[in-house]
Design a protein around this ligand. Structure first.
Ligand code: ATP
Length: 192
């Protein structure tokens, strides 16, 4: 199978994440999309202090993706040494599942920062990359390497940062949250 790997902190997962994941599968770009919940994002750890524990983020991702065809949540990075760089994750996935082909799925915002990623050239050489549009990002499609392709998905105007801020301010943005995730955040008193 062709598996898309969609990584992030998912702190917390919101409908921008899940609707995008569903759209990529529905368009037949991959057979399955695995949400790879990151134990620690090497580029984010310095700036985000309100990061919920891995187990909470994983559980919320599972709740939010229940019943979405072809979209799975993976805790694969839990078993890898920290920090878990994408090139390592992809290599270990390929070893663990030699029968699958792994494709990286990232946002245009991440593509703009991609040269800073650990072993970026090697990722491009070895794997296909699907890039979805993010607001305010400009990418010249004619300049992309052969293994990199833009995909057409709707734009969702939401971020986990906005959700966390809304919880902190006592007005949780429920419109962008799965109901079960909203209840989970309340029950566990996350992001206060
Ligand atoms: P934060 O606000 O904490 O930085 P985030 O909402 O950007 O979080 P991440 O966990 O960093 O969420 O997201 C994982 C991946 O999902 C990233 O590659 C990011 O580009 C993408 N993503 C985030 N928000 C959206 C959205 N609204 N629509 C589509 N993709 C998104």
């Amino acid at each position: 199978m062709r598996i898309g790997i969609y990584g992030g902190s998912f702190n917390p997962i919101h409908k921008g994440h899940t609707q995008l994941a569903a759209s990529i599968v529905e368009q037949g770009l991959v057979d399955e999309l695995w949400l790879m919940v990151s134990p620690l994002n090497p580029l984010k750890q310095a700036s985000t202090s309100d990061i919920a524990e891995f187990e909470h983020r994983l559980k919320m991702a599972e709740l939010a993706t229940q019943g979405i065809e072809g979209v799975k949540v993976s805790d694969f990075e839990r078993h890898l040494p920290l920090p878990s760089y994408t090139i390592t994750t992809l290599g270990e996935l390929q070893k663990a599942y030699p029968e699958h082909e792994f494709v990286l799925v990232i946002g245009a915002d991440n593509w703009e920062r991609f040269p800073r990623w650990y072993h970026a050239d090697e990722i491009i050489e070895r794997y296909q990359i699907l890039i979805y549009w993010r607001p305010g990002c400009e990418i010249d499609e004619s300049s992309l390497p052969a293994s990199v392709k833009m995909v057409d998905t709707p734009l969702y105007d939401v971020s986990s940062t906005q959700i966390r801020d809304s919880v902190k301010n006592g007005r949780m943005m429920r419109r962008w949250l799965d109901e079960k995730v909203a209840r989970y955040i309340k029950r566990h008193q996350l992001y206060l």
